[in-house]
Write a protein that binds this ligand. Structure first.
Ligand code: PEP
Length: 224
């Protein structure tokens, strides 16, 4: 693998897409095509509705896929209507995306809430993947994995340049000693340009992850 043996994370975020059946069809199409490699970490972040069935399908198929969620509650279990707490989610999720820009924009998520969610994740052995929108975004204590996702690049077909993403990643690495992913209009055509950058440890993909064939190409091109 390129990149000097560093970890390569390829993380799919389906957002609010896919019925349980569509999710299972995706797993059967992608799972058997994934190579097992020590430093390749392929993650699928499903809806809460599909997560249990997806987890079962991954285990039954023995696929090299890590199952994750797209969010979790800032609170523990208890009287928090509508929330999914980490202590319950950990039955299925090994990783959780936290602080995506859509949650900050549409649901009023603040840095304080992001920190509370990170704490819940860490207390329950779920890896928090914190999304940062630029150099100034705060990274809460204990976080080891972040995704740099500039808003202009999200879902627009207009990715940041690999060089700029690498420079931002270097900043975060130097400041916090963590792994940094890039997210924003990643496809099978540009993934290699990002993952071969010294300071980039993989990608967070939404639009191009929904189609199983394109997602398999993304993984293959990333490790070739
Ligand atoms: C995102 O929404 O986090 C994202 C990276 O979207 P896309 O891959 O579709 O640009």
């Amino acid at each position: 693998m390129d990149g000097g043996g560093k970890n390569i994370w390829i993380i799919a975020n389906w957002k609010s897409n896919k019925t349980i059946q569509e999710a299972l069809d995706w797993i059967s199409a992608v799972g058997p095509k994934l190579e097992k490699r020590e430093n390749l970490k392929v993650v699928i972040c499903t809806t809460f509705t599909a997560i249990e069935e997806v987890k079962k399908a991954v285990m039954v198929g023995n696929y090299p896929l890590i199952v994750g969620s797209q969010d979790l509650s800032p609170f523990p279990e208890g009287a928090y209507t509508g929330e999914e707490p980490a202590i319950i989610l950990k039955q299925f999720a090994e990783l959780s995306i936290i602080g995506h820009s859509e949650r900050r924009q549409n649901f009023g998520e603040t840095d304080e809430m992001v920190s509370k969610k990170v704490k819940q994740a860490l207390d329950n052995q779920i890896t928090p993947l914190v999304c940062v929108q630029g150099k100034e975004t705060q990274v809460p204590e204990g976080v080891k994995l972040i995704a740099y996702e500039p808003i202009f690049a999200i879902g627009t077909g207009n990715p940041d340049t690999p060089e700029n993403a690498n420079e931002i990643a270097e900043n975060f690495k130097e400041k916090y000693g963590i792994e940094v992913l890039y997210g924003g209009s990643v496809t099978s055509k540009n993934v290699k340009d990002f993952v071969t950058m010294d300071n980039i440890n993989g990608v967070l993909v939404v639009g191009a992850s929904l189609d199983p064939e394109e997602f398999v190409r993304i993984v293959q091109n990333a490790i070739r």
